[in-house]
Design a protein around this ligand. Structure first.
Ligand code: GLU
Length: 338
């Protein structure tokens, strides 16, 4: 169903929380590929798109101003707590988070698990800096505010709006280093589309998120260390030992194919699992699920299969899962449900 913005109704209140990224980046000229993320403030970003005032009452807050390669879990936790507080206030209808695209999928997944509200939470960013020819940030911000102001976006979990597409946090991934069409949702497809503020929704996410998530950040300021080890032909198995020695409580293997790794690495990972380190098998392949007991006997070795989550999202789910003591079976359940 298409949503048109009806000016006769009171405009929704949307808060824009800015964290930096290319959307706030500047370059020396309109055609330079080199640029610095996180230079433009949230107020300047909103002021650059005055048309936003026609679709919502908007105010901004600057939470950070970094390229998303420098996003930390401290920023993610502060963001989740701020969103929960803002959306608990009746007058706020939705939140937009501006963020670099490099790690957007990680923050989106983190917020999808830790924001408790039914109201719209929409992330956006840009592939081109604010000073570039055909900068994509202004229209992305306009569309993101339109979706955050739209009651139809509620209860769909954290959404990412870029290049006229509405993606779900669970399914999206960055697929191109420079193209404005970088985000794809390869397994489950789009949640919807938005064009000059008019949105159309196709589906709701299948997995648990936001208002029906069992995760909470109450009293949490640090998360357990979980490392990602990338599999490849003839991989050195002692990368597993290095992680264990550095204090990792869990290791996600970005496995070959359906979560595979060579025999020597399986042996080290099994030893780590026997010592209480959580081993999750994900995949370095960009699309498809990782199933239990396919070529590797998870039941015997004590491993967990990531199901649909790629390595960076599997890491975030495991970090949150490890905040509490849980059995292997329970952690596998989390990977099937979230
Ligand atoms: N490194 C930048 C970032 O993630 C580039 C990506 C972007 O924002 O588009 O902040």
């Amino acid at each position: 169903m298409q949503t048109n913005h009806d000016d006769s109704k009171a405009k929704a209140e949307v808060v824009v929380l800015a964290t930096g990224g290319t959307i706030a980046g500047t370059a020396g000229s309109a055609t330079r590929a080199d640029y610095t993320s996180g230079r433009v403030t949230v107020d300047a970003m909103i002021a650059a798109v005055p048309q936003i005032r026609e679709i919502a009452r908007v105010r901004g807050e600057q939470l950070a101003n970094v390229g998303s390669q420098d996003i930390t879990f401290a920023i993610m936790i502060a963001l989740a707590n701020r969103i929960n507080n803002l959306l608990a206030e009746k007058h706020n209808h939705g939140v937009v988070v501006t963020h670099g695209t490099d790690t957007m999928e990680e923050t989106a997944h983190f917020l999808n698990l830790t924001v408790a509200s039914r109201k719209p939470v929409v992330m956006t960013g840009a592939m081109r800096p604010a000073t570039a020819i055909s900068a994509d940030g202004p229209l992305n911000l306009y569309n993101a505010v339109a979706v955050a102001a739209d009651p139809q976006a509620a209860e769909r979990g954290v959404l990412v709006v870029m290049n006229d597409r509405i993606h779900g946090a669970h399914s999206l991934t960055k697929s191109n280093t420079t193209s404005v069409e970088t985000f794809i949702s390869p397994v489950n497809g789009l949640i919807g589309t938005v064009n000059y503020g008019r949105s159309e929704y196709f589906r709701r996410p299948f997995r648990r998120h936001t208002f029906n998530s069992e995760f909470s950040l109450d009293g949490v300021s640090v998360l357990p260390r979980v490392d990602i080890v990338h599999a490849c032909a003839d991989m050195p198995p002692d990368l597993i030992d290095a992680s264990v020695e550095r204090g990792a409580r869990g290791i996600v293997i970005a496995g070959d194919g359906n979560g595979n790794m060579n025999a020597a690495t399986i042996e080290r990972a099994a030893r780590a699992a026997a010592g209480g380190v959580l081993i999750v098998r994900s995949s370095r392949v960009p699309t498809g699920n990782v199933g239990r007991n396919v070529e590797i006997d998870d039941d015997r070795l004590g491993f967990v299969a990531s199901d649909e989550l790629n390595p960076v999202k599997a890491r975030i789910l495991l970090m949150l899962a490890l905040l509490k003591k849980r059995s292997l079976e329970e952690i596998q359940r989390l990977f099937y449900e979230y």
